[in-house]
Design a protein around this ligand. Structure first.
Ligand code: PGA
Length: 254
């Protein structure tokens, strides 16, 4: 059975005390209200992570993730954070290749490959983000774009490593825009991703991988999206900044 996951991506929001308060609400609501085996993940800014791990002690419903990591093991990279630092602080997941990092920080598929490698080496689970821009969709190249994003960043992995990944399909045109992909559009791409993985590795492996949808996911549309055969949950931006909305999205699995 594939893991059902709802991951919140806070991006560069919430100062330290507001972040702690939000996270406490998330833990309490998750413990009170989530009755299935869904995994809730909170990807906060780096600064908050260690304190959130402490707050979360003994709780398995919620896990912590980072929004990025550097690709090198260690060294003179002023301002950067390593995968080892994250893991040693109790962080379990790391988002890699988010479209905002691709757009504003020029992250390429090749760089993502290196980040995925260092994350896996340090026992972090990468949440690898892929997805096309509006222009690419309108030009009809979205399947090729997704295929390349997968191939260049992940197909060097052994099957044993690949199966540790979480994939997030996030059409760039749906991120933070209030425009959600329809459940049929999202399912079409998720099925395509799974087929590609099956072709590259095996059907059994493809069936084990959790593929999340991201892009204006909210409590109103989550249930229909998560009910699709190949959608195993969501990567949630804006709605993860409100505990009520975030947990209601996680409840779409209940
Ligand atoms: P959104 O962001 O839910 O605000 O659209 C999703 C994401 O960027 O992961």
């Amino acid at each position: 059975m594939r893991k059902k996951i709802v991951a919140g991506n806070w991006k560069m929001n919430k100062n330290f005390s507001d972040g702690l308060a939000l996270f406490s609400e998330v833990i309490n609501m998750a413990n009170d209200e989530l009755h299935n085996s869904q995994q809730v993940i909170v990807c906060s800014p780096y600064l908050h992570l260690h304190s959130l791990v402490q707050l979360n002690k003994g709780n398995t419903k919620v896990a912590l993730g980072a929004q990025n990591c550097h690709q090198a093991e260690i060294g003179a990279f002023t301002g950067e954070i390593s995968a080892d630092m994250l893991a040693s602080a109790g962080v379990q997941y790391v988002i890699i290749g988010h479209s905002e990092r691709r757009q504003y920080f020029a992250e390429s598929n090749t760089l993502c490959a290196a980040k995925i490698d260092i994350a896996l080496k340090n026992n972090l689970t990468p949440i690898y983000c892929i997805g096309e821009t509006l222009q690419e969709r309108e030009a009809g190249t979205h399947f090729d774009i997704i295929k390349t994003q997968l191939a260049q960043a992940t197909y060097h992995l052994s099957a044993q490593d690949f199966v540790k990944l979480v994939i997030a399909y996030e059409p760039v045109w749906a991120i933070g825009t209030g425009v959600t992909a329809s459940s049929a559009q999202a399912q079409e791409i998720h099925a395509f991703i799974r087929k590609e993985i099956a072709w590259q590795y095996s059907a059994a492996l493809a069936d084990e991988i959790s593929i999340l949808y991201g892009g204006s996911c909210n409590p109103k549309n989550a249930e229909e999206l998560f009910a699709q055969a190949d959608i195993d949950g969501g990567l949630i931006g804006g709605a993860s900044l409100k505990s009520r909305d975030f947990i209601d999205i996680a409840k779409a699995f209940n």
